[in-house]
Design a protein around this ligand. Structure first.
Ligand code: CTP
Ligand code: MG
Length: 173
């Protein structure tokens, strides 16, 4: 009876959880770590000083751990592979977004709506596509994906505001 609830909301959230955790973990673990790179490209920083080594490492590890834990549930064995690809895809997208912000002349930490929320989600999903070939039923439905794009906008706002209130993030976005 509540099948739509599962396919549009519950399953997509289960599926994307490793990416959400991979994206959020650096806020907690990246503090005080060294920037990934100080390199420049076309006279501008390649990334930002906020993209750190420990943040990257912790984010990828955290995403994989969540995928592993989910894979222990009966019928969800493929979630380990999903977690691994999402974790790497998340950070690929996050760094790409940072690169685009720097090239556009935006300072680290300043907000750019859409570019702050979606590269990580888009690349987490894209990186999992090869798994779809092996487990055709594993990828969320189109409506599930649309729901995830809406949910990500809300979650990004709420978690960043929360992290700012808890004083673990400088800015509330
Ligand atoms: N972070 C980190 N390492 C990463 C990614 C994030 O340490 N690879 C931490 C940093 O403390 C960063 C925080 O997570 O300040 C929030 O990340 P995010 O909002 O994505 O970075 P911004 O400060 O917005 O940097 P940019 O402008 O480059 O996107
Ligand atoms: Mg930001």
């Amino acid at each position: 009876m509540y099948n739509w609830l599962y396919t549009i909301i519950i399953y997509p959230v289960i599926f994307i959880l490793p990416a959400y955790v991979a994206n959020g973990a650096p806020v907690i673990f990246g503090k005080g770590s060294r920037p990934l790179t100080g390199a420049t490209f076309r006279g501008r920083p390649l990334l930002g000083r906020h993209k750190t080594r420990r943040g990257l490492a912790a984010g990828i590890c955290a995403g994989i751990i969540v995928g592993y834990l989910e894979s222990l549930a009966p019928g969800f064995g493929y979630m380990l592979a999903v977690g691994m690809t999402e974790a790497v895809g998340t950070h690929f997208g996050d760094l790409l977004g940072s690169f685009m912000k720097r090239q556009a002349g935006v300072q680290e930490g300043h907000q750019v709506p859409v570019l702050d929320q979606y590269p990580f989600l888009a690349f987490a999903l894209i990186f999992t596509l090869p798994i779809y070939a092996y487990y055709p039923g594993s990828f969320p439905s189109v409506y599930g994906i649309i729901f995830l794009f809406m949910l990500t906008w809300v979650m990004h706002r709420l978690t960043n505001l929360g992290a700012h209130r808890l004083k673990i993030k400088e800015v509330p976005w």
